[in-house]
Design a protein around this ligand. Sequence first.
Ligand code: ZN
Length: 165
Amino acid sequence: MAQLEILTEGHPLLRQKALPVKKITKRLLKLAGDMEETMRAASGVGLAAPQVGVGVRLIVLDVGEGPIVVFNPEIIDRDGQDVDVEGCLSIPGVNGYVERSAWVKVAGLDAKGKPLVIEGTDLLARALQHEIDHLDGVLFTDKATSIVAVEEEEKADESGVPRHT
Ligand code: ZN
């Protein structure tokens, strides 16, 4: 596996709608593995393919319960509201408060191309919504009610839960 370059805000690919995956090829599986490695190296909890320069509907997540890979993820149900702080590996240096659904149910395909359904609350729900937004060219700063600069000391504090996705 290899670490990939994470595109930052201003790159046009971050604003494009990603294309559905028609067939899960070896190349896409390698991409998913490389994305996992890249996410871990950056202490992120999620990463979407457009963030590494590939305009396909693929996300990887790990909120501390093991890696999740979803091709063509789609929110099929949601409930409640939750406002919390989040950040993005593509927008370094800022966090923002974003309202998200408190619970989501996401359908997609796993790495073997089998149908997959994930339900989540808290950080998993937030990360799923954040990553799926990336596939539609939406960044958290579009939705945030307030944006704050991340303090240098906070960045250096490794005891904090990584929320950058
Ligand atoms: Zn992000």
